[in-house]
Design a protein around this ligand. Sequence first.
Ligand code: T4K
Length: 372
Amino acid sequence: MENNNAPIYVTKPYLPEKEKFNSYIDFIWESCCLTNQGTLHNKFQERLRDYLDVGNITLTVNGHLALESALRMYDFEQGSEVITTPFTFASTTHAITLSGLKPVFCDIKESDLTIDENKIEELITDKTVAIVPVHVYGHPCNVEAIEFIAKKHGLKVIYDAAHAFAVKVNGKSIANYGDISMFSFHATKLFHSIEGGALAYNRCEYAEVLNAYKNFGIMDEEHVEYVGRNAKMNEFQAAMGLCNLDSMDDILNKRKEITMRYREHLKEIQEIQMFYIESDKVEYNYAYLPILVNTKENREALYDYLAENNIFVRKYFYPIASDYECYKDLYKEIKLPVAKQSGDRVLTLPIYHELSLEDVDRVCGFIKAFFK
Ligand code: T4K
């Protein structure tokens, strides 16, 4: 019998048919090639290039090391400034810092919680070398305005597109905007390879350097040209990616259906703000289900109330990066009112392939009861 009080978590990984995954595992056993650019890695890379409709893909062991590799590839002078958003997962800010660069935080827009393109230019100094915007929750940044600013000031644009797999803007895959885009294929993402990530870019001259960076900077048996890391994707990850890529249409349709059900339920609740991202320009991927609650007190109380009822939502992204213990002393003077308020009010509700519409009804039933 169905358990009507089974815990519901914010997400749950999509799993392909076991037989299909096993057939790839059989192949790995026969080839005895486990990692270092094996057959499945190369096949996955090709298929992703087609799927994302972009010139080049470099696969990595996770999204974070992909972002770090992209930043390090440019060999920016240490201490240079990178304009970015504080409303993101820890990885974005850490990748900039760990690359010896200084994150300069720009506030975000309340309409979609992405970086506020109108506030970027005032932060540019003679030390600025790049912009690292985040397509947070799969909401695309204003890619045209950012491109205009970057060109005007000679800056690189490296998108953190960890959440934006399969999103399209102006009919084009989002992977085609900026100099490089980083995607995360972590188990919690709508498309995953257990752990994993990729850099997508159109300049083929980047390929040799990025491929070397993920393999200790090794060019060939006798030449080590760069101070690289080990960020290689292995064959088991590629096998999972290949399986899941076949199911993308199904995954996207299901997430859309779930999102519509949430919208239907929650649109009447005055205390909650939702996001409607689809437009003539944007094909959205329904990666997350973020809401803004009217006050921080209500957000905290709703979070606790749902947990008491076995529903485990998350506060992605609270605290904002400038308030982390490891950064807050550096950013005491910075005012980021929209990011701060959004971090204080945000909740991301459960959304994953297996989530039934009855589960959505249950989650929304508790939210309605809370606001009554
Ligand atoms: N940039 C952005 C904007 C990102 O959001 C991320 C990652 C990155 C960069 C870096 O990409 P990666 O290096 O990770 O590829 C999770 C993920 O670990 C992280 O990948 C993701 N963003 C972030 C938003 O969420 P946690 O610490 O919240 O995950 P965790 O373990 O608490 O899992 C959340 C829920 O998922 C749990 O309640 C249970 C469920 N779950 C999780 C896992 C791992 C499962 O059911 N099965 C599982 O195997 O960070």
